[in-house]
Structures are given as C-alpha cells and as structure tokens.
Design a protein around this ligand. Sequence first.
Ligand code: SF4
Length: 356
Amino acid sequence: MNKQSNDNLLSRQLQEWYRQYRRDLPWRDSNNPYAVWVSEIILQQTRVNQGRDYFLRFMERFPDIESLAKAPEDEVMKCWEGLGYYSRARNLHAAARQVVEEFKGHFPASHDEMLRLKGVGEYTAAAVASIVFGQPYPVVDGNVFRVLSRLFAIKEPIDTSTGRKLFTGTAAAILDPQDPGTHNQAIMELGALVCTPRLPRCGECPLQHYCMAFERGEVSAFPVKKGKPVLRRRYLNYFHIEQDGFTFIRRREDADIWRNLYEFPLIETETESDLAALQSDPRFHTLFPPDSEVSFRHVCRLKHLLTHRIIHADFYRVELPGTKFPALEGDFLRIGSASLSEYPVSRLLQRYLETI
Ligand code: SF4
C-alpha cells in the first residue's frame, strides 16, 4: 500500500470513528464562520464543558458579527468574565470591528485574509477555513500534537519552532483533501476523548494498528517537550473599600494580566505581606493618608493559578469615613457597592466576592 492510500485509509477510519463517537456540541456542523470562529477562540484555552456555556451565552448576547462589533468593550469583557485569557475577548471584539470595516461585515472566506484579523493565527484560520469553507488546511493544536507524536513516534519536541514545522507538515500529509473539516475535527476529538494526555484508551482507538508508539510500548514517552517555563509568584493586596454604600474600583490598563478588567485599589508587594508591613509602604499612605480614620479588616487570603503564575492575594475590608480621599477619587471610579456586579472582573475577584 502506498503512503497516500495508507493515509487516506487512516483518515477514513478516523472520520468513521468521529461520526460515531463525537460529542454533540452546539457549534458542530455549523456553516456560519462567525459561530465557528467564536467557538475556536473560546476553546483555545478552555475545557469544552465550560466553553459550551460561555459559547451559548456569547452567541445569545452577540448573535452576529455586527452586534459584536457595535457592543461596548465592557459588555464584551463582562460576557467573558471568569473564562480567563482576556486578550482573546479583546481580540475578538477588535476583529469583529475589522470585519465590519474592512470586509463589509462578511467574514473573510480565504485563509490568508483570515490571518489579517486580530487574534487569528494559523490554528484558528485553518480551523475556520477547513470546517466552514472546506479548504485543505491542517489544524495543529495540543490534541493534534499529542496524537501525531504518538502515531508516528515523533521525538522532536513539540515546543520548538522546528517541532511545530514538522508536526504541521505531518498533519498536512495525512489530511483528507476531500473533507478537511471533518478530518481536522476528528483528530482533535480523538485527542480529547481517546488519546488523552494521561491513560490514553488505546484499546478503543481506531488508529491503534497505525500507532508506532503503541507498537513499541512507548506511549507515555510522547509527546516530547523541551522545557517547562518557570512559575512566577505575585503578591497582591486588595482593599475592598466601603464608604456610605459606595466602593472604589479601577480598570486595569497596563499590558499585564487582566487588562481592561476592573479591580479594587491594590498594592503589589515582592513577598507575602501583612497589614503592619503595608502600613509602612508609601503607596499605602497615598491611598489612605496617615491622619484619616480608616479601619481595616483582613478578610481572606486566596491562592490563584494562572499560566506560568501563582497569585497570592490578600483582601482587606476597609471602612472609610465620609470625608474626601483625593488619591482614591482621582484614580478610581466611585461606584455604588450594589452595582459592582455590573463590571467585568477577574476570576480571582469573583472568587473573593463569592466568599463575602
Ligand atoms: S493507539 Fe493509543 S497512543 Fe496511539 S493514537 Fe491511539 S490512543 Fe493514542
């Protein structure tokens, strides 16, 4: 059997398995590029179960590209709240505006034009181009890396540019040009359901008789990774202020985590801190001048994991007298405490608000 027919057979068996076992998900079989695009962006860093609820909510609130383009950014961020990796939402929003302005509201049908949209990389362009428009572009996500590395016992690390090129070439070589959309979804689904990171279910795998790692008894040796990034710790001290039914928040504007989400006044420290240590920090006195009658209560300490970071957050409840606090009023929004829930906040702040 030559390689081409062998690969076609492999793809056919993969697609047969997919038709039988795939999960029923709301974006499946859609020929609406907007819906497929939104689902692919949501699923990039999110588990399917969580992503499904967000997808349905997002599509209900922004049913088409025009409604997303017209929406204020806060509303888009609010809809994304809790999902993490917020640059995805900012980019979706910016790209929707691009589609309206540059493509007269029609999602581009060409892979290369899709790549011009903010936040759309090779993976997303290949997914939308193949699933919606039937174009022969292979998708290569974490699931596909894993399946291919095991199928062909590829020792090249997946987290290097040489590795990525090799895997993209391998994915292209086995792609079914007749139905690239189904093929791509099938290989991703196989990685999600059968060829899982730990304890893959090789006994149920439709590709077992092609699988070199399985044949060699080396499944757990794949995929190969070059190195793990170092985890960075950050220490955040938040002040949840109460002043006559009002509180103070501000939008994070810097190029940092949680950009464009709202948060309480904050002092970030190099190490874990406490109230006494914070009170000797000049930034503390900028917020709360030393002669003001302010009372503080430590509410809780939360540990929060992000990619490559561990956040240690202390939350203080602060009672302010009704007098003026110039630094707070200059840099922060003074909002009614009851309206706090209308502002998009990080999952960490949501967790805090759930505890009080
Ligand atoms: S046989 Fe096992 S390791 Fe190989 S592709 Fe299937 S599930 Fe993955």
